[in-house]
Design a protein around this ligand. Structure first.
Ligand code: A3P
Length: 323
């Protein structure tokens, strides 16, 4: 199986010729992104995603976490790790899984690993039940994922806070020593869906609809619900993952995965995510809801609210909009 992924130099060539045909945009005036079947990708991620779609073999007991960017992925990874691999007795001991490595190290983002030397071997070699993550939209999941019994947990977030979190993050990785990319220009990209793994609304809606069709296989969570009702949401998540947790265990999981604690663990303050080179620390900023109030103009707020109303109309989906 691993050899299938490794022997893809011909697919790399075909992706290069494919890229010439695709709509292209320079994100933040720096990073080329390409539109494929309605969503935007960096070239290496698109190449990896095409291999993932055609070749990834899911196991029935896989847990696949899914999200678009800056919606609480790191938190969800940590929560699932603690639910599946933690216990109250390991509290603050060195063997606690969250002290042994960052959530992104333990739960690989699959399309970031494909084509990196030997990365797939890591995923292939992971013991069951595997806990893996993807930012890819629902239509990019392989038939094997869709046809297997594996479970998917999707997390999303109010698009206003997602946008501000994304703007900060992109500035930190693309323009670390420069003036931030103008908020207005970034907003234009985000609201038009022209950003990595965008459009936001289509990404969310497809997983939402799939979760309605297959609630036993796809759990749909929001960052805001986790903030507002952490105990209820963690119980729901644990039960979906096949673990029963009592009140003491839930409190322990929430404490271990709290923003301040994770942000200050040595493994998250230092170092890089091994497969994509991003700073571990870059995944922790403020960790609150409604921070976008401090940045968005009333017009921007109204623009995103209107888009939400239009895109989610009749879907039953509510993403904690203020207006
Ligand atoms: P902010 O930039 O609004 O602070 P992702 O993990 O999908 O990249 O999302 C990152 C966002 O989640 C950032 O939001 C980050 O601060 C927040 N976050 C990270 N860990 C968290 C945690 N344990 N609890 C709450 N929010 C967290």
């Amino acid at each position: 199986m691993a050899s299938n992924y490794e022997s893809n130099s011909s697919s790399a060539t075909s992706v290069e010729s494919l890229l010439d045909e695709l709509p292209k945009h320079k994100l933040f005036d720096i990073c080329d992104i390409y539109q494929w079947e309605g969503f935007w990708y960096e070239s290496r991620i698109l190449e990896a995603a095409l291999v993932f779609k055609s070749q990834f073999i899911a196991r029935d007991d896989d847990f696949i976490l899914a999200s678009t960017v800056k919606t609480g992925t790191t938190w969800l990874k940590a929560l699932c790790l603690s639910i599946l691999h933690g216990n109250p007795d390991d509290k603050n001991k060195e063997e606690e899984i969250l002290k042994k490595g960052s959530p992104h190290m333990h739960v690989p983002t699959i399309e970031s690993m494909i084509f990196e030397e030997n990365r797939y071997a890591i995923i292939e070699g992971m013991p069951s039940p595997r806990l893996i993550h993807t930012h890819l939209p629902y239509n990019f999941l392989s038939d094997s994922v869709k046809n297997s019994k594996c479970k998917i947990v999707y997390i999303t977030r109010n698009p206003k806070d997602t946008f501000i979190s994304w703007w900060y993050f992109m500035n930190s990785i693309l323009r670390p020593n420069e003036e931030p990319f103008p908020l207005e220009k970034a907003f234009d990209c985000f609201s038009k869906g022209v950003y990595i793994h965008g459009p936001f609304f289509d990404h969310v809606l497809r997983y939402w609809n799939a979760s309605l069709e297959m609630p036993e296989r796809i759990l749909f969570l929001t960052y805001e619900e986790l903030k507002i009702d952490p105990t209820g949401q963690v119980k729901k998540l644990a039960s979906f993952l096949g673990k029963s947790v009592d009140e003491v265990e839930v409190d322990d999981i929430l404490w271990k995965c709290s923003f301040e604690r994770l942000k200050n663990l040595e493994v998250n303050k230092n170092g890089y995510v091994p497969y994509n080179g991003l700073l571990n620390a870059s995944f922790y900023r403020k960790g609150v809801i409604e921070d976008s109030r401090n940045y968005l103009t009333p017009d921007m707020e109204e623009n995103l609210s209107r888009l939400c109303r239009e895109k989610f109309q009749g879907s039953g989906l509510d993403l904690y909009l203020r207006r």
